[in-house]
Structures are given as C-alpha cells and as structure tokens.
Design a binder for this molecule. Structure first.
Ligand code: SF4
Length: 95
C-alpha cells in the first residue's frame, strides 16, 4: 500500500500558535545584505519567509515545521531560531 502524498500528510499536521513569543528572529539588514533572506525564502519548505510589500522579510512562524533548514542556510548573525515553547508549534500526525 502506498503512503498518501506529502501534501495530504502535511495537511494532517496541527499547529498550536504561541502568540506571545515568536521563535524566529531575523536580523533584517544583515539578512538582506548577505543574501540570507533570499536563501530563507528559497529553502524553507513551509514558506515561512517571504518579501512583504514594504520590502521587509515577513516571517509567518505559525507554519514552521521545525525542520532546521533555515539554520543550515543562514549566515552567522542573521537568524536566531529555537524550538517553540513546550506545547506550542507543530504536532505531526503522519510519520
Ligand atoms: S525550521 Fe524549517 S519550516 Fe521552520 S522556518 Fe526554518 S526552514 Fe522553515
């Protein structure tokens, strides 16, 4: 039996948003100047990062899958990331 497609499996996840604390902080000027912002947009599988209409880097942290890819592509000093506080964040329902 084949597993369901990835989009169906991801849709089964549940996200509990921590509205009091964002677990991602971007140094906006440094991230733009270093190219980190473009890499974050290109590499995040959850599309957490995008360019806002005002030219800043928008961070929609509620959709974070906690995969760590952004830490691998960010230059030093451009990104602070930690797991959401206990009970918050993604709750995987499939594998
Ligand atoms: S941990 Fe993964 S899903 Fe979350 S912001 Fe970073 S790259 Fe995106």
């Amino acid at each position: 039996m084949n597993p369901p497609p990835i989009n169906q499996r991801l849709a089964a996840n549940r996200f509990i948003l921590d509205e009091a604390e964002c677990h991602i902080t971007v140094n906006q000027p440094l991230a733009r100047a270093s190219g980190t912002a473009d890499r974050l947009i290109a590499c995040c599988p959850a599309k957490v990062y995008s360019w806002a209409p005002d030219g800043s880097l928008a961070v929609e942290y509620a959709a974070c899958l906690e995969c760590g890819t952004c830490l691998a592509v960010a230059d030093p000093g451009t990104l602070e990331w930690h797991y959401p506080r206990g009970g918050f964040g993604v709750h995987f329902r499939e594998g």
